[in-house]
Design a protein around this ligand. Sequence first.
Ligand code: MAN
Ligand code: CA
Length: 190
Amino acid sequence: MLSCSSYTLIALAALLVTCHALSKCPETSGLPGIPGRNGLKGLPDSLASKFALANLKHRLFQLEAALALNGKIRKVGEKILASNGKKADFVSALQSCEEVGGTLAAPKNEEENKAIMDIVKQYNQYAYLGIRKGETSGQVKYLNGMPLSYSNWHQHEPNGKGTEKCVEMYTDGTWNDKKCNMYRLTICEF
Ligand code: MAN
Ligand code: CA
């Protein structure tokens, strides 16, 4: 079964071949940002940009498939989850996610929780989540300050009162409020 993007690519490739057969396409350069892709220059802009977009989608599909194959990434809904395999305190873990344009993974539903748990299991290391307690209120929030919309607390958690401001995920996917200065697996979402 071919993916949608494959069909689009095949359709556009067929058009290109036709175009070549009729000698209407100069063999010169490709579109900007698509190095090595020849024969697009003589196409109408609308078709050339469709081809460029289909080509990019195809390339992304290939990359995601290759990375998912060996467990480097996990796709869940619109999110991509990945770990650098390193343990760090909460601030450093968050920093390494932000440095590469992501943030610490925070599960918003059961499916995301399971995907994060799979990585926790893969490395057999508890992980910090992108969730923490308000400095004064003690209210549990996402890093953007919004209140939790989903939770999966372990039995009798959260129990930390003032001292446990961060949240870790256990290997069974349940959560524990925890001090922020422990060394826990870094899992980012993008
Ligand atoms: C330790 C800490 C706490 C946790 C309890 C559970 O004391 O990890 O955060 O609540 O264990 O027994
Ligand atoms: Ca606790």
